[in-house]
Design a protein around this ligand. Structure first.
Ligand SMILES: Cc1cc2nc3c(=O)[nH]c(=O)nc-3n(C[C@H](O)[C@H](O)[C@H](O)COP(=O)(O)O)c2cc1C
Length: 378
């Protein structure tokens, strides 16, 4: 499991023990722990990913499945979900207080994020001895998952849940091993969802041109930058305070005081961002576009499921991946991209690069208690 580079690999407990051994009093020890927040960051990142408890009573088991669901990818790490516990069922509801009105005005990516959580939940349920029967949002505004007892299924995707991450660094430029790529390309899909791989130039350069245009448009838009800044966490103290958002070190940036980070991001030149992403894309083995026949809630959920399944599959083969959704988040570019990649009537939903790289620092999540809807609000 990766840790934050160049930081001590020491748990809070070992740190306190070390202080005790050195004769530091408990009170002094606590002061030092407070002054060393990275220990808490690592503890939090580990704790939310602790191994899933099995053979516990049904209600505790359901909470564990929800914890695994929350480890899913989600836009800006807003964690836009609320879970409702029923007898033998879990519902995933959107949390519209966490929507991203600028980058995602129709809640398309929000529902994709719920689909990612659904996929983790389904895989974890299957591994612990439950089959999940899913009812997609159609008329109702939530996903319903009925759980019935089934033989536990040993699945490498389950082990990948705690390891999966959106790895935003430069990759090593190597092609993915042939057999592994075949394995990835054999992934089981959802009805109406397709994958389109782009592995070679000149088509990769076409994709790059659209990512470039997307960056230029988004970073020239003050509302986009302001919304992004709202979800950036420039240091561990801020990341720990909210347990959500985009922590700077997860994107390879140093920690800085909030005021400095905000100033820096607000001053980012669109061209600068475009150049960084061009380099990242060129360092990747390829990209894959997830496309769908329709563009509605149920399809967005299925798209999220396919994305998460793909990311887990790649993780199980030590292949890293990250999003470059910029051209699909600008309406005009999205339709141009659709024609440029000859997707016909299929809607491009997500654009993902993949390849080999070291793991990056891990993102945080809010605890299960914070995402279970209180009964009086159901
Ligand atoms: C629908 C969707 C859109 C996303 N768009 C982007 C993106 O454009 N750029 C990016 O770097 N990450 C993107 N992400 C990744 C999230 O930021 C990431 O999942 C979240 O910060 C949690 O981090 P983790 O996936 O490493 O656990 C997206 C995720 C989802 C589900």
């Amino acid at each position: 499991m990766n840790t934050i580079p160049s930081r001590p690999r020491l748990s809070r407990r070992s740190f306190v023990k070390l202080l005790a051994a050195a004769g530091v009093t408990t009170a002094g020890g606590y002061l030092l722990v407070e002054a060393a927040p990275w220990l808490d960051y690592e503890a939090q990142a580990n704790d939310i990913r602790r191994p899933l408890a099995r053979k516990v009573p049904m209600s505790a088991q359901m909470r564990e499945l929800i914890r695994y669901a929350t480890l899913a990818a989600n836009g800006h790490n807003t964690q836009p979900w609320q879970f409702v516990l029923k007898d033998n069922a879990i519902e995933i509801h959107p949390d519209y207080t966490r929507r991203l009105p600028v980058v995602d005005p129709h809640d398309r990516e929000l529902w994709i994020s719920l689909g990612c959580a659904l996929e983790n939940l389904r895989v974890a349920a299957r591994a612990t001895g439950y089959a999940a029967e899913v009812t997609y949002p159609d008329g109702v505004d939530y996903i319903h998952i009925r759980l019935t007892a089934a033989t536990p299924q040993n699945n490498p995707l389950f082990k990948a849940i705690e390891l999966r991450q959106n790895t935003r660094s430069d990759y090593d430029g190597h092609a993915v091993k042939g057999a592994d790529l075949d394995d990835v390309q054999a992934l089981h899909l959802e009805p109406g969802v397709t994958l389109r791989y782009v592995l070679n130039s000149p088509e990769l350069e076409t994709v790059l041109a659209y990512v470039h245009q997307g960056n230029l448009r988004q970073y020239a838009d003050q509302a986009f930058v302001a919304e992004l800044i709202d979800w950036l966490r420039f240091n561990q103290k801020d990341a720990l305070a909210s347990l959500d958002g985009l922590f700077s070190r997860c994107s390879g940036h140093p920690e800085v005081p909030g005021w400095l980070g905000r100033l820096f991001v607000a001053g980012t030149k669109p061209q600068q961002q475009a150049d960084v992403d061009a380099r990242k894309l060129r360092s990747s083995a390829g990209v894959v576009v997830i496309a769908s026949e329709s563009d509605d809630k149920a399809t967005w959920v299925r798209t999220g499921q396919v994305y998460e399944r793909l990311a887990l599959k790649m993780t199980s083969l030590n292949i890293k991946s990250a999003f470059l959704n910029q051209p699909l988040e600008v309406a005009e570019l999205r339709s141009q991209f659709q024609s440029a990649l000859s997707l016909g009537a299929s809607w491009p939903q997500l654009l993902i690069r993949f390849g080999y790289a070291e793991a990056m620092p891990r993102s945080l999540r809010r605890p299960v208690e914070a995402v279970i809807m209180p009964p009086e609000m159901e």
